[in-house]
Design a protein around this ligand. Structure first.
Ligand code: FAD
Length: 348
């Protein structure tokens, strides 16, 4: 029965901890916040993806498609369907034309219907796909993980370092067989080249119902519902990022300096962008406020948002993709441990 120390009580840390606990392992989860799912996991677009966002990255599309099914099976109460979930390809601003986009999605094995842009009052679009996707219920996820991990959480507990001592790994004077760093690179370095991106999403109130619109593919925008019925987020590939930093700490410092002038500028740019495709946006959506957060992204041109796990001795470092790739992380860790044990058995 291994003892696991898990740093980070976001979606990754909580899922890995509750899965390993269910397998009979002893788990302790450290987080410097006073509750779980407070950082990126509580401040994102809450979209349970099927891969329609990632026409340019096969690995991400496959992980999303499979993760979507597994998420619904494993956490059936933690997401709600989005009834009118549209992916639209603009006439001239997309990196991929509509026929290529439709072909890529067909070859991914995901289901969709083609619908006319006029049906939803969309402009400047060459084609629209209607497909299933879901919105994550962060409120319910917090409740579930608080219950499952009640005796395993050490909150308000910042991890400064991880040390190897006599075949064990030590966090803040607690000893473990293995440590998993699920902090998105805040404690141990991620092996892959990454950068830290402070982000702004805008919140709006609307009576439009269960609706989402994502413009693809490239530097475009999207509207997505949240776990509150009449509240939506507006995000933009061009305007949501607020900068690009090599270190998490400098990204955080920048985020803390964001003021109302920058928010006003971003709001006007994002509204201008979305109105190009949805001219009546401002009639249907009323601005509520901003949401600030930090993304950790892999350096590269292919828009890779898949998950990677690195083992360094008795420590695992998780590079999270999106929330639907949590299963990849927990299974990669278990298979690496199994593999290590197999090698030891073979040596004996
Ligand atoms: C703007 C935005 C939109 C997004 N939209 C989506 C989306 O629609 N769908 C989707 O699937 N994904 C989306 N994502 C990605 C998703 O939010 C992340 O993949 C996911 O939340 C990462 O979870 P995590 O557990 O790895 O990280 P986090 O949720 O950030 O958890 C890391 C935890 O580590 C803790 N921690 C950090 N340092 C320490 C320390 N020294 N000691 C103790 N604890 C520490 C933090 O407090 C935090 O709780 C989005 C992300 C952003 C920023």
């Amino acid at each position: 029965m291994y003892k696991f120390g898990i740093i980070g009580a976001g979606w990754y840390g909580c899922h890995i901890a509750s899965s390993f606990k269910a397998l009979g392992f002893d788990v302790t989860v450290f987080d410097n916040e006073d509750d779980i799912l407070q950082r990126a996991s509580g401040n994102n677009q809450f979209r349970l993806h099927q891969g329609f966002h990632y026409a340019r990255n096969h690995r991400t599309r496959v992980q999303s498609r499979d993760g979507y099914m597994r998420f619904i099976e494993r956490y059936p109460t933690l997401s709600d369907p989005v009834e009118n979930n549209l992916y639209a390809v603009p006439n001239d601003d997309s990196l991929i034309d509509f026929l290529t986009y439709r072909l890529i999605m067909t070859s991914s094995g995901v289901e969709f219907y083609e619908v006319k842009p006029d049906l939803y009052n969309l402009s400047n679009c060459s084609g629209v796909l209607l497909t299933d996707e879901r919105v994550m219920r962060t409120d319910k996820a917090r409740h579930l993980f608080r219950m499952r991990l009640a005796d395993n959480l050490l909150l308000n507990c910042k991890v400064e370092s991880v040390r190897d001592i006599g075949g064990k790994v030590c966090i803040n004077e607690h000893f473990f067989d293995y440590v998993i760093d699920a902090t998105w690179g805040s404690v141990l370095p991620i092996e892959y080249p990454v950068f830290y991106e402070p982000t702004i999403l805008l919140y709006y109130r609307s009576k439009i119902g269960s609706f989402a619109l994502t413009m693809v593919d490239g530097n475009l925008c999207s509207i997505y519902p949240t776990d509150t019925a009449d509240i939506f987020t507006l995000s933009s590939v061009t305007h949501t990022p607020l900068g690009r930093f090599d270190k998490m700490i400098t990204a955080k410092e920048f985020l803390n300096s964001v003021d109302s002038t920058l928010i006003r500028t971003k709001r006007s740019l994002m509204e201008e962008q979305v109105r190009r495709y949805m001219p009546d946006f401002l009639d249907k959506f009323e601005f509520v406020g901003p949401q600030l957060s930090i993304k950790t992204k892999l350096v590269g041109a292919t828009d890779d948002r898949s998950c990677y796990v690195n083992k360094q001795g008795r420590t695992f470092v998780v590079m999270s993709g999106k929330i639907d790739t949590i299963f990849y992380a927990s299974e990669a860790i278990l298979s690496m441990i199994e593999n290590e044990n197999q090698i030891q058995v073979n040596r004996i």
